[in-house]
Design a protein around this ligand. Sequence first.
Ligand SMILES: Nc1ncnc2c1ncn2[C@@H]1O[C@H](COP(=O)(O)OP(=O)(O)O)[C@@H](O)[C@H]1O
Ligand SMILES: [Mg+2]
Length: 282
Amino acid sequence: MASFTLLYDLIRWEEKAIVDAAKKKGVQANLVDARELTLEATGKSKGIPDHLVLERCVSHYRNIHATATLESLGHRVVNNFQSANISSDKLFGSLALARAGIPTPRTFVAFTEEAALKSLEELGYPAVIKPVVGSWGRLSALLKDSDFATAILEDREYMYPMYQVYYLQEFVKRPPRDIRSFVVGDQTVAAIYRLSASDWRTNTARGGKAEPCPITPELNELSLRSARAVEGEIVGVDLMESPDGLVVHEVNSTTEFKNTVPATGVDIPGLMVDYLVSLEKR
Ligand SMILES: Nc1ncnc2c1ncn2[C@@H]1O[C@H](COP(=O)(O)OP(=O)(O)O)[C@@H](O)[C@H]1O
Ligand SMILES: [Mg+2]
């Protein structure tokens, strides 16, 4: 019987759906709670019985450190460490997208308040500031002018050093929605629009509504190229409809899909399990 370990730290709708999908397909999904895991990082033997591991930790730091360790001990982890690491930091993600020639919003990085204000003059207002590590739109702000920017940057000076890596981005003139596509292996399997009337951030975690989005050839090509750019196998790609066509602003490694499955009718957890089984056979 095919089997894999599902490494988690919180059982969400997604983890339940993956376990159910595996059961239906006669595949053994072994749940391992990362909070209870003890790994001999410098050891020689594998950390858990299954070779194949699907990494699903909510905690970003837990995710990349568990992945690095399990890979080093000889496990095949999806997504792999290289991919999880790039995707875990918005700057690393932007660099990978730009290097691959994928259209992405114009982005600056600066390390002091003064340099950040200079970058913002180059970018023009309004502009967007985001923490390099974070999700669900948390602590991202729309900077309307330099007074507003100064206030936000001053606050950041008193925060954890990660918040003083100033990731500054042009505000993309798009409709009040963005696009989230899902790549599993070498296929774009589903896509949704995320609509928000009230917040400039359209994350479904902030109340953005999910609606099905057609997978056009442009969306398919950009999604696959973006996944490849970060070496991702199962990823969520965030895109915006700019006046000049689609731009990719983020690739996510441990994605949620509880809104996408009902909106599109696509069995994402089933496709994930199929992909994992296909790896076992390779
Ligand atoms: N440069 C931008 N211009 C306009 N809207 C943006 C821009 N960057 C992000 N957004 C909006 O904010 C949301 C969250 O940004 P994102 O970069 O995906 O970070 P998160 O990790 O929080 O999801 C996006 O889904 C999009 O709606
Ligand atoms: Mg996002």
